[in-house]
Design a protein around this ligand. Sequence first.
Ligand SMILES: Nc1ncnc2c1ncn2[C@@H]1O[C@H](COP(=O)(O)OP(=O)(O)OP(=O)(O)O)[C@@H](O)[C@H]1O
Ligand SMILES: [Mg+2]
Length: 276
Amino acid sequence: MYEINITKSIKWNIAAHISGLITGARGSGKSFLLLYLVVMLATLPQNEDSLLGSSIIPTQIFAVDLKNSDIARLDKLLPANRVAHTKDEALKVLEHFVDLMEERLTFIQKEKSFGATARSLGMPAYYLIVDEWSATSAIFNDAITKKEKEQKFKWFNLFHRLMMTGRQGLFGVIIATQQATVINSGLSTAIKEEVGFKAHMGNATSESYKLTFGNDLKIPNEYFNVGEGMLWLEGFNYDWAVPFAAPYIDTDNFWDILQKALVNQDDTKYLRLCTK
Ligand SMILES: Nc1ncnc2c1ncn2[C@@H]1O[C@H](COP(=O)(O)OP(=O)(O)OP(=O)(O)O)[C@@H](O)[C@H]1O
Ligand SMILES: [Mg+2]
């Protein structure tokens, strides 16, 4: 129910390992892969052999894109206040997202029987997509005034809280960033424990692979084109990263596909929806 097909043979069960990390050099295909994941998430559960699923549990999408790249365009398709283009907006979106998470967790705890989780109740997932994580962190880290320092504290604190408690409520994060370095400062343990999907797009040095996958994973020697890279999925590949190609995105019709995928986005309708 919560599986998305990264490729025909590789499936990511988001309910088991909710958060994801995509790294890679400029122009390697990170943002395109994010958009592809958005389409699949937003139409869960997926159907075999088709990009758009049946949308019984449509994942609710929120996004931060301070570089105003392709992800920011989702604001045309999503309800108001879901997509952040500026630092202030980013904080608002994150605060709202974490509020919704708390509301859902309280709902499950108060209204449902012992041991119930968002997953066991068949609830739709909520995802916050952050494109250019390093650049976003740098903006928050650059804090001189009192207000900026408060914003910095809030941003990292809320993010940490989300990474640590989101899974029970099916609230996830997908981060895209050129280098995984900033992730290793501040968010390291949370990220390492909760990220179940990692992709490194394009060619890379072994140093950069290590930052993404850690020291233990072995990386086969491969040459990659745009939209291709190395992948690791919790519980799928243990010793070796696997080469994969992100599905090809035809820009002529992809906007239509996104539009169809994002028809079931609603701020309140899905927070308490239980399909089981
Ligand atoms: N899956 C794909 N299918 C088709 N074209 C792709 C795919 N991935 C990437 N491309 C092509 O490569 C270009 C760069 O991809 P993308 O914007 O996703 O890279 P990026 O890693 O996000 O780069 P940046 O660091 O500049 O944000 C796209 O504009 C597109 O032309
Ligand atoms: Mg990008």
